[in-house]
Design a binder for this molecule. Structure first.
Ligand SMILES: C[S@@+](CC[C@H](N)C(=O)[O-])C[C@H]1O[C@@H](n2cnc3c(N)ncnc32)[C@H](O)[C@@H]1O
Length: 247
């Protein structure tokens, strides 16, 4: 009998029972959001003070997609940006969304049901299930304030491994506030969610993790007083074009 499910463990000849999807959320200390899946798309624009759309447009502009790339969106949540990336790519391109929360991915897959060049993988960012240099670019929006300092570093190591030389990454996340309004927003998030990872970002932990990574990187823009867009590159060993590392 041909078993339709590749990970099926049924005995040969037995009726194939569906295999429950592995639950990667049990393998990470990252703040996963299965519980928020039904309301995430309603709350996200409010939580990001309406700048979500502008952030997405900036990410797409920075990626300057040609059409046939493979782009990874880590901590993709309900896949809104993943979907926009797929739509910006041609039929030869592929947008891959990865998240540890299977309920978030359920929503993401439903929203992207009509889009052929998109895939969602349930996995953890700190142990990416992809080959070395298999991604042309990666993006990450509002993911890094869901993982602690150690996981930020592990994730950056993994992103370095799977990105091809010459590839680019764009990270948008909570960062050290640069005005009173931003400080109020960022610290309110910390208090509201009791989330130490937010406090780490406020105290500059993402900058430190980037500085310790092998990426060349720069701050591209800042908005709302506490949200920063970072551009990362994995320069080819022979590249003459170097983005200066921020200190
Ligand atoms: C605030 S949401 C961001 C979702 C989406 N990128 C956006 O901008 O709306 C953070 C996401 O990171 C996921 N996450 C947390 N820890 C993770 C980990 N270790 N590996 C993969 N995903 C993780 C959560 O499940 C959640 O969907």
């Amino acid at each position: 009998m041909q078993h339709p499910e590749p990970r099926c463990t049924c005995r040969p000849g037995a009726a194939c029972a569906p295999v429950a999807e592995d639950n990667p959320a049990t393998r990470t200390s990252g703040r996963t959001l299965d519980h928020a899946a039904p309301v995430y798309d309603l709350l996200a624009p409010l939580m990001t003070l309406g700048v979500e759309g502008r952030c997405h447009r900036e990410v797409l502009r920075l990626l300057a997609l040609q059409g046939a790339e493979q782009v990874l969106d880590i901590g993709c949540g309900t896949g809104t940006l993943t979907r926009e990336i797929a739509q910006a790519l041609g039929s030869k391109g592929l947008a891959v969304g990865l998240d540890a929360a299977t309920q978030m991915l359920k929503v993401a897959r439903r929203k992207a049901a009509a889009i052929p060049n998109i895939r969602f993988d349930a996995a953890i960012a700190e142990a990416l299930p992809y080959d070395n240099a298999s991604m042309d670019h990666f993006v990450s929006t509002f993911f890094f304030h869901h993982v602690n300092a150690a996981l930020k570093r592990k994730t950056l190591d993994e992103l370095w491994r799977v990105l091809r030389p010459g590839g680019m990454g764009v990270i948008v996340d909570v960062d050290t506030p640069y005005n009173l309004f931003g400080a109020l927003c960022a610290w309110s998030g910390y208090v509201l969610f009791h989330q130490d990872e937010i406090r780490e970002n406020i105290r500059g932990e993402l900058h430190k993790a980037l500085a310790e990574s092998r990426f060349d990187w720069r701050v591209q823009s800042r908005r709302a007083g506490y949200i920063t867009t970072f551009v990362l590159t994995k320069n080819k060993p022979d590249s003459n074009v170097q983005i200066k590392k921020e200190k």
